[in-house]
Design a protein around this ligand. Structure first.
Ligand code: UT7
Length: 326
């Protein structure tokens, strides 16, 4: 018997304000077009946090939804990990704010900085801590408010991002140690800091003393994305003795529909087997995978027993994959 981190609940939260491409362009005086944005990225809409909503508010709402899905009282949560690059403040951790907001138990609470790969990193760390006996019920949350860190004078990046949060509750269970087990089967994490500057927030508390804005060399990130994502998914499948044919759902990081479709093709998946939210959410960084999980679980697409492959790449560079059976 082995310990398995079961996905006991999923939840998401999107701020009520939803802007179309044309509305965004009008609001910020951008020289762009709905046609350019849709053609290059697949994005039609994004949600924007209200002025009084911080990352921890979005995260707490997603966490409450995940707990309701699992039927677990917040007091029984003994660990919270928030993946975010738009924390409420340098410290306390956004996770500690969430702990107080939802009334979770006095276990650990900390943040992870791995940009768009943050949720996959969070799953990996949570599972390792559960295996070590530190917790039985861990919330892993991705929460971002990127509309606060994009440069509204840079049309090449500001149209790409949106705000939101997604959460999963991992609960300790048992498995036989085979790829038929329910729960997290594996995570594979990578980073290559030599490419740190192609996707970064310029500045921070420890360098410039303030928070800077997001910069991205889009074409370069794109070039890394497809090859690294395909490699890290194949690495994960091989580690579990699985093949492309075993995948029920691909739940990718939602940066660009062209990258998502290329991944679906590489894995020989029917388009209906790839969960897509980028058209309605835009890129919500660490929140995009748990938001997509919550949507596909909530509408009944992902069923108990289904094998789900997750993958992401983002600033760092960081990239990774996770395989879970629901
Ligand atoms: O989440 C982390 C991971 N991130 C990613 O995976 C993002 C990867 N990169 C991408 O998705 C794409 O590179 C972008 C969507 C960001 C950009 O697409 P692209 O096809 O690489 O376009 P580009 O940046 O090379 O720009 C092409 C043209 C340029 O004009 P010229 O120089 O060809 O005349 C830009 O100035 O499009 C222009 N352009 C725009 N035009 C209208 C750039 N942004 C816009 C805009 N509206 N918003």
């Amino acid at each position: 018997m082995v310990m398995r981190a079961l996905i006991a609940g999923c939840g998401g939260y999107l701020p009520p304000l939803r802007l179309s491409n044309d509305e965004l362009a009008a609001r910020h005086g951008l020289e762009t077009s709905d046609a350019w944005i849709q053609d290059r990225t697949g994005i039609k809409f994004r949600h924007v946090a209200a002025p009084d909503e911080a990352a921890s508010d979005l995260a707490a709402a997603a966490a409450r939804a995940a707990l309701a899905d699992a039927g677990l009282p917040a007091a029984q949560v003994d660990g919270i990990i928030v993946a975010t690059t738009t924390p409420d403040s340098g410290f306390p951790a956004t996770a500690a704010r969430v702990q107080a907001k939802i009334g979770a138990g006095p276990g650990f609470a900390f943040d992870i900085t791995a940009a768009c790969t943050g949720f996959i990193y969070g799953l990996s760390v949570a599972e390792a801590m559960m295996r070590a006996g530190h917790a039985r019920h861990v919330l892993v949350i991705g929460a971002e408010v990127y509309t606060r860190i994009v440069d509204w004078t840079d049309r090449g990046t500001c149209v790409l991002f949106g705000d939101g949060a997604g959460a999963v509750l991992l609960s300790a269970g048992e498995g036989a140690g085979s790829n038929k087990d329910r729960g997290l089967l594996s995570t594979h994490l990578h980073a290559d800091g030599r490419h740190g500057d192609i996707l970064a927030i310029e500045g921070g508390a420890g360098s410039t003393g303030g928070t800077g804005l997001l910069r991205m060399a889009g074409k370069e990130v794109f070039r890394h994305a497809v090859s690294k994502l395909a490699a890290v998914v194949d690495e994960a499948l091989a580690a579990n003795g699985l093949t492309h044919a075993d995948i029920d759902w691909l739940v990718p990081h939602q940066a660009n529909l062209r990258i998502i479709e290329a991944m679906g093709k590489k894995l020989n998946l029917q388009p209906g087997r790839v969960v897509v939210t980028v058209d309605r959410h835009a890129n919500t960084s660490a929140a995009s995978i748990p938001l997509a999980l919550a949507e596909a679980r909530g509408d009944g697409r992902i069923k108990n027993g289904d094998l789900v492959v997750m993958e992401a790449i983002g600033g760092g560079l960081t990239w990774g994959s996770a395989i879970a059976r629901f």
